[in-house]
Design a protein around this ligand. Structure first.
Ligand SMILES: *[C@@H]1O[C@H](CO)[C@@H](O)[C@H](O)[C@H]1NC(C)=O
Ligand SMILES: *[C@@H]1O[C@H](CO)[C@@H](O)[C@H](O)[C@H]1NC(C)=O
Ligand SMILES: *[C@@H]1O[C@H](CO)[C@@H](O)[C@H](O)[C@H]1NC(C)=O
Ligand SMILES: *[C@@H]1O[C@H](CO)[C@@H](O)[C@H](O)[C@H]1NC(C)=O
Ligand SMILES: *[C@@H]1O[C@H](CO)[C@@H](O)[C@H](O)[C@H]1NC(C)=O
Ligand SMILES: [Zn+2]
Length: 451
């Protein structure tokens, strides 16, 4: 009787992972900035391929709008759409003073990030876990006075491409997991975004950078093994957005606001322009209709919306920080392109395939060799909370959208039940077990919530 129970528990703990060890599994969330879903199609990526065999690969994932770095990363950490978490742009701005801060400076503006939504580090720590973050957007800020227990913010003018530094940072994070017993860490790499912007997503330079990412994925998995973490550590690798090529040439009809008939910068009291495809405008009092009517329909590749009329799927309307008029261009175009020289851009509609990031996951919680369909990145947050065994905050994501990637408790319980039935039958036929033993065994296991 007892040996049968222990055998089943032993077997279950090997197979089930999550339900038996709930709370004991660790999780590393990695973002490779701007890694588009199909970047592995034209480059040899042995390590990413191996990760797909050992774990789960999604066809692609859908980021929230606005498809730029800080807003989409904060969605990964919170499971909320951008209008709900409030980090609506890479740049902090004040429409009264006209002041703006760069992406890097904005990392240090607490009021910008801490706008009512808690990132997973803080939630995990409040529930007794230990969390860390390395270079992940949002790391520098505090949230209701709290920060991630272990954290590292990159210095200004950081070289985001340095492969040696990528390996050192990997080992540092693995040390945190092993030596500080951290449960969750988020880690950020600033490529292939930089290379995609500078040379374009179809360039040989981008393909070389994808090889560097792939080597690093190999290094991450080796380092996991060398730190003795393979059986405990789950690794999710994804990105914030994709990248698309910008058209150039004399025949191209650029979208330049100052050349649009009826549009006058005098009618606008604040604007956020020259940021890839997107723009935001605050018209002066009484000038909303004038500005809107001048811009709407002014160019076949320019989208112009009043905030309250934004398309539903963008979830980019219901927030006081969003200015009254929102503009964006179709892929290939930028807004006020005369002032912009990047060959690749992002920030477009999140329905555009070129804006979709990749997604891979491996570890004891995940199925092996499973390819799944696309899902929205808001659903990564409830998945992470489930793996860590913590209660999520209010989010826009649903575990049901990502749970099929997991060796779920339901699967485990079902196969454990099958195992018990098989074992009992074996013992029945060998004459060593009577019906009473079977009942006792099942009752006992139900006490353990295994069946
Ligand atoms: C089954 O139960 C009987 C009493 O009901 C007990 O004598 C016997 O040792 C049990 N067998 C096993 C394999 O546990
Ligand atoms: C913008 O600046 C003005 C003037 O300093 C200030 O009153 C206001 O609170 C600021 N708004 C935000 C959102 O920081
Ligand atoms: C969010 O920020 C806005 C200003 O941008 C502020 O008015 C509002 O009170 C903040 N909300 C929370 C919950 O911090
Ligand atoms: C790359 O990083 C390594 C390790 O941190 C450092 O020693 C080296 O100077 C860096 N190289 C460049 C070009 O930044
Ligand atoms: C990972 O380890 C394997 C086997 O030890 C080795 O062949 C491979 O080069 C290592 N990869 C990296 C990126 O360190
Ligand atoms: Zn980015």
């Amino acid at each position: 009787m007892l040996w049968a129970v222990s055998l089943c528990i032993l077997w279950a703990s090997f197979t089930l992972g999550v339900p038996v060890n709930r709370g004991r599994q660790k999780l590393l969330l990695i973002s490779f900035d701007g890694f588009r879903w199909d970047y592995d199609h034209d480059v040899d990526t042995p390590n990413l391929d191996q990760m797909a065999i050992d774990g789960v690969k999604a066809h692609y994932v859908t980021p929230p709008y606005i498809t730029v770095t800080s807003p989409t990363h904060f969605t990964l950490l919170t499971g909320r759409y951008v209008e709900n978490h409030g980090v609506i742009h890479n740049m902090w701005f004040n429409t009264t003073t006209m002041e703006k801060k760069s992406y890097y400076q904005t990392q240090f503006v607490n009021e910008w990030w801490d706008n009512g939504t808690l990132p997973i580090w803080i939630t995990a720590q409040r529930q007794g876990l230990k969390a860390g973050s390395l270079h992940f957007p949002g790391t520098a800020s505090s949230y209701q006075g709290q920060v991630a227990m272990m954290r590292e913010v990159e210095p200004t003018r950081y070289n985001y491409k340095n492969e040696t530094a990528w390996y050192e940072n990997t080992d540092k994070v693995m040390d945190w997991f092993r030596d500080q017993d951290l449960d969750f860490v988020s880690m950020y790499f600033g490529e292939p975004d930089g290379t995609g912007h500078r040379y374009g997503p179809d360039s040989p330079e981008r393909r070389e950078m994808v090889k560097q990412v792939d080597r690093t994925v190999g290094y991450i998995r080796n380092s996991t093994e060398n730190h003795g973490l393979t059986k405990q550590l789950n690794i999710i690798i994804t990105a914030d957005h994709g990248m698309t090529s910008i058209y150039r040439g004399a025949q191209l009809e650029e979208i330049t606001l100052s050349k649009i008939p009826g549009f006058n910068f005098q009618d606008v009291s604040f604007h956020l322009l020259d940021y890839g495809p997107s723009g935001m405008l605050l018209p002066k009092p009484g000038k909303l209709e004038t500005v809107y009517n001048a811009l709407k329909g002014a160019h076949p590749h320019l989208h112009v919306y009043k905030k309250e009329e934004m398309p539903e799927h963008l979830h980019f309307s219901n927030n006081d920080r969003i200015p009254p008029i929102i503009l964006w261009t179709d892929p290939g175009y930028v807004l006020n392109g005369v002032l912009q020289f990047n060959k690749g851009e992002h920030g477009f509609d999140n329905q555009e395939m070129d804006m979709k990031p990749f997604f891979r996951a491996v570890g004891p919680a995940f199925h092996k060799n499973l390819e799944v369909g696309p899902f929205e990145t808001v659903n990564i947050y409830p998945l992470m909370c489930h793996i860590l065994g913590i209660q999520p905050e209010l989010s826009d994501g649903h575990l049901s959208a990502t749970q099929h990637m997991l060796v779920t408790s339901a699967d485990g319980e079902f196969s454990c039940l099958c195992f018990i039935i098989q074992l009992s039958r074996l013992l029945f036929t060998s004459g060593g077990l009577q019906y009473s033993n079977y009942t006792v065994l099942v009752t006992f296991l139900m006490g353990f919530k295994l069946v």
